[in-house]
Design a binder for this molecule. Structure first.
Ligand SMILES: [Zn+2]
Length: 75
């Protein structure tokens, strides 16, 4: 287990494996910020909008996973 560290971008404490900032290719940022940067580049939207997209995707994934569990139990 990694020691908790603080993401310089969002200030969140995390034990996640760090992502490398796409802006300078050296700063270690949390995986959420890494995902947001990737989405921002992909959709060509500002970072704050990319974070909303990332949140939405996470929500959808969690919902999809709960569906898998439910259908699994019905079999
Ligand atoms: Zn972060």
């Amino acid at each position: 287990m990694k020691n908790p560290w603080t993401c310089p971008h969002c200030g969140k404490k995390t034990t996640d494996y760090p992502a490398i900032c796409r802006r300078d290719n050296k700063t270690e940022i949390c995986s959420e910020c890494g995902t947001a940067q990737g989405l921002a580049d992909y959709f060509k939207v500002p970072l704050y909008r990319a974070r909303l997209i990332a949140d939405h995707i996470k929500e959808c994934q969690e919902r999809a996973l709960s569906w898998t569990v439910e259908t699994g139990e019905q079999k």
